[in-house]
Ligand binder design. Sequence first.
Ligand code: SF4
Length: 408
Amino acid sequence: MSAPRGAEVPELTAADAARGFELGPIRPPSEAQSLLVRVIRNCTWNRCTFCPVYKGTKASQRDVEDVLADVDAMAAVASVLHEKGWGAVRAGELPQESYQVELFRRAGERSVFLQDADPCAVKPEKLAAVIARVKARFSSVERVTTYGRARTLARRAPEQLALLHEAGLTRVHLGLESGCDEVLQAVDKGVTSEELIAAGAKVLGAGMELCFYLMPGLGGRSAADAHVAGSARVIRAVAAAAPPAPATRAASQAGAAPDAGPAHPFVVRLRTAAVSPGTPLADRAASGDFVLPDDVEVVREIRGVLDQVGDARFELRSDHSLNLLPELEGSLPADRERLLTLLDAYLALPPDEQALFALGARLGAFRRLADLDDPQRRAAVEAQLGGYRQPSPDELLAAARDLRARFI
Ligand code: SF4
């Protein structure tokens, strides 16, 4: 049987290492040390009102041979870095973008991320060829992940997603933003809550991990309750489609070798909403048509979501500097009470303490709620407040909310 397309690799040359390769502008924080392979340029939708990333750019598909050549170039760079170290970049022997290959190398060459906004829009056979080339060049790779749009994934046949999983795609990062149709329409997301559920269920059904990005605050003050209820509904529906936990399945099979899939197939990552300058959402905010919730209101929203997801099973992650409480992480439903207790502890603080913590978190002085009791950290934040004359809690929360835009 012949090797699948992409898996047959040509001999590398010094020219491959020097040639350079494309890097897209963003990747999730969890992919900071991944090899970045740019399959498609920019965003084919590009209309979400809150998103500044690709505004003013045009989307284009890359020729698959060019993407394979990029993988070859990165393999050649890795080989030179292995032999000569970073000095090869300083000497001009390797292109500047080799820094990402070096990060990947230092992390053990285990993880690969496909860029840009929706590589799943490429024909599955082409994407499978790219993954095959990645695996042929880097045999230690354990994880290949990608961004995906819900509408694209919802329209894929199960066999097409199975093909990608068999090729080695292990995780899809998908922007949920909101599960509320009213909010999705208001931000021009171009997907419906039913498409989000269908896409999530299909990704999990194909045996891959799913990572949803939820944006507390995106409904603005006016649609906060609907945003919470819709998002909890979508999370519940997608969690119901996830395969059973490994231990559960092992027990039910009474000793049979379990085929349990990934340990944490469904992850929800929090990305607190912020208004990015120059976006359509910023225009709405300037006209008063959209009011971004402050940190106390966002914490109430997250509490509402956790309250309404019931016994849904998923991992909650808070791994972005936009979030007020990085410690708000755990395995649901087991950790639900602990997480609700943490949120309630913040909500029970007097208004001036809530505001002090919010501002201190945005200034980088507070990482955990318990840091409020640290005299040195408090002093650092209060010193920053010297410029404010007797600010009210509302003024401080407004300042903390404005600071969010810095972290986009
Ligand atoms: S949020 Fe995603 S789909 Fe929307 S415009 Fe930005 S990159 Fe494109």
